[in-house]
Design a protein around this ligand. Structure first.
Ligand code: ARG
Length: 588
């Protein structure tokens, strides 16, 4: 099924062409004044200059050539030359009925699917996840789901920081604490299972990290350990593998709690072998040169308003840098997957890094010219004081603690309103809490900072995740009552009514926008547009629910049409929140 906006644009384009109006002005948008029109076209005003004609006359000509077919009423001209479009009630019934029977709710699969990698998450192994990792996970997961649903071939890659100094810190610290571990004597036989636990790691890392800041000899041992790990010392590699096993299992648990799932669990370590040949190649081809001991590639461009420093490939001591690993990763991805597009969901403060990496990758042919490299930089999650979110003591807030806090808060709310078992209340609270957290984040444009507030995010009304869930639960409960009250043959209404009331019409109009909203948010990589849509849809549904007696409607035919409309609303809402990465409970 072709989306409403596409159909309208086609019709208005035809009318413009027939009336001799330049077609580049033939586009519709949702009307700002819903009492006058559903959609509007302002092209007559835009065309007036070029045509040396009064916009109202242009609009009248367009209207005269317009064929609304079964879709829309005759056009009306308003004001200086606005073209107002109203959708026919029968068309709304037909479209919503068709959406209900479609398991994609009317969203067409993309004609030219791309191979896309979403690089998100980016945790550093052995360091606990903190709130700074939250946005990457939430936004990346949503973008991945949206693009996949649109029909692209999408891979989510976690791109762990698993090869750096933090590993050296742990190794150096353990070597001192437990010199008897076989890793350090470089025996042939390494233990099968690690002799230490995750909680050991969780204790060791912060201690070591703090100590290295004051204890220079220790810092040097950690750097040396990092270096030896990277040059392949067998005992250290064995230890590294064990640290990875424990940490990755823990990361998987943590991300699964957020309903975040990666297809590739790759990391910086996976591309280390590509670095030396890549650097040699860049040098040989003349892209990279030695400057002050370091190997660099110039990436500045004449139009740059802000200075873009050269991309550093190797430091003067020969070690690789952050950019080096990202370039080698692109090389690796090119070999294994040939993506058409790579999207990095990373803190926007890393913008310059990605400008350098992208330019370098294009300039040197690490990726083909036509590969799209996109940086989806996100802003900071702040506390109520407007500063980056901290614990009450002012420290870095661990992600697990933040989630536990919201879960507890929600649990109190759930038991307040319900007579349910402790277990059910816990699991329901978790589902709602995740919606609160994710929607609170995603409903803001990604690039903006936002203020995190449990009370606001967890509220059951207003522009929140729980409000959306509440609306879905309300629909589910009406559908359940309906199913109980009628025989099984009546339980599958497939046809919506011609809208009668204003609120029924408004709900239908909102529903038929869904395919356009999805297309739009995928092109703009903008989950917040899906949020805004779902919030509007929930509002339209709740208005309809207020105005129309659904279950007590005496006319069976009509009632069944209402039920069909409810089912579609539920499907669209559930699809929407699934794309955002959360789900609704059965009750709340
Ligand atoms: N580990 C990095 C950090 O904590 C984020 C990685 C982002 N992704 C990337 N391809 N560079 O800052």
């Amino acid at each position: 099924m072709q989306s409403l906006e596409k159909q309208l644009n086609e019709k208005i384009t035809k009318a413009f062409a027939a009336a001799g109006i330049p077609a580049d002005h033939a586009a519709v948008k949702m009307s700002d004044r819903s009492e006058l029109a559903d959609y509007q076209c302002n092209g007559a005003m835009a065309a007036a200059k070029a045509m040396h004609m009064a916009p109202r006359d242009i609009a009248a000509n367009a209207a005269a050539s317009f064929d609304g077919g079964d879709l829309c009423e005759n056009l009306e001209i308003a004001g200086p030359g606005f073209i107002n479009i109203k959708i026919k009630p029968a068309a709304l019934a037909a479209m919503t009925t068709q959406m209900l029977s479609d398991d994609r709710q009317g969203v067409e699969e993309i004609q030219t699917p791309k191979k896309i990698i979403v690089d998100y998450g980016g945790p550093n192994v052995a360091k606990p996840l903190h709130v700074g990792h939250l946005r990457a996970a939430i936004i990346g997961e949503a973008v991945k789901r949206m693009l996949r649903f649109a029909g692209h071939e999408v891979v989510g890659d976690i791109h762990m920081g698993d090869w750096g100094y933090q590993m050296g810190l742990i190794i150096a610290s353990m070597e001192e604490e437990s010199p008897e571990y076989p890793y350090f004597s470089d025996q042939k036989n390494m233990p099968e299972n690690p002799p230490f636990t995750l909680s050991d790691l969780e204790r060791i890392y912060p201690e070591a990290s703090a100590r290295a800041k004051q204890d220079e000899p220790f810092r040097e041992r950690a750097l040396e350990a990092t270096h030896q790990l990277q040059s392949g010392r067998p005992g250290y590699r064995a230890l590294w593998r064990h640290i990875m096993e424990l940490s990755v299992a823990d990361l998987k648990r943590n991300y699964a709690n957020l309903n975040v799932h990666f297809d590739w669990w790759k990391g910086e370590s996976d591309v280390q072998d590509l670095i030396a040949p890549m650097a040699a190649d860049l040098k040989e081809k003349g892209f990279a040169y030695v400057d002050d001991g370091a190997l660099i590639v110039d990436v500045a461009e004449p139009e740059d308003k802000k200075e873009v420093p050269p991309c550093m490939i190797l430091k003067s001591d020969g070690s690789a840098l952050y950019a080096t690993t990202d370039l080698a990763t692109l090389l690796d991805r090119e070999k294994s997957f040939q993506p058409d597009q790579v999207i990095y969901v990373v803190d926007k403060r890393q913008g310059m890094h990605f400008t350098q990496v992208f330019r370098c990758a294009k300039k040197t042919g690490i990726v083909p010219q036509e590969t799209e490299l996109d940086f989806l930089g996100f802003g900071t999650m702040n506390g109520e004081d407007g500063q980056p979110y901290k614990t009450r003591e002012g420290g870095v807030m661990r992600l697990a603690d933040l989630i536990a806090q919201i879960n507890d808060y929600m649990y109190e709310k759930v038991i307040e309103n319900n007579t349910v078992t402790e277990d059910e209340a816990r699991s329901t609270a978790q589902v709602i809490a995740l919606a609160a957290l994710k929607y609170g984040d995603l409903s803001n444009q990604a690039s903006k900072d936002y203020i995190f507030s449990i009370e606001r995010f967890a509220s059951f009304d207003g522009n929140t995740g729980p409000y959306l869930l509440y609306t879905i639960v309300r629909i589910k409960s009406i559908l359940e009552k309906y199913a109980v009250g009628c025989g099984p043959e009546m339980n599958t209404p497939a046809q919506t009514n011609m809208p009668e009331s204003e609120s029924e019409r408004a709900l239908m109009l909102e529903l038929v926008r869904f395919p356009d909203v999805i297309t739009d948010s995928c092109v703009a990589l903008a989950p917040h547009r899906i949020c805004a849509y779902l919030y509007a849809l929930a509002g339209k549904f709740n208005a309809f629910y207020r105005d129309v007696k659904i279950l007590s409607e005496p006319d069976d035919q009509k009632k069944s049409g209402y039920i069909a409309l409810l089912k579609l609303t539920q499907k669209v809402m559930e699809r929407g929140i699934d794309l955002l990465g959360f789900e609704a409970p059965d009750r709340m």
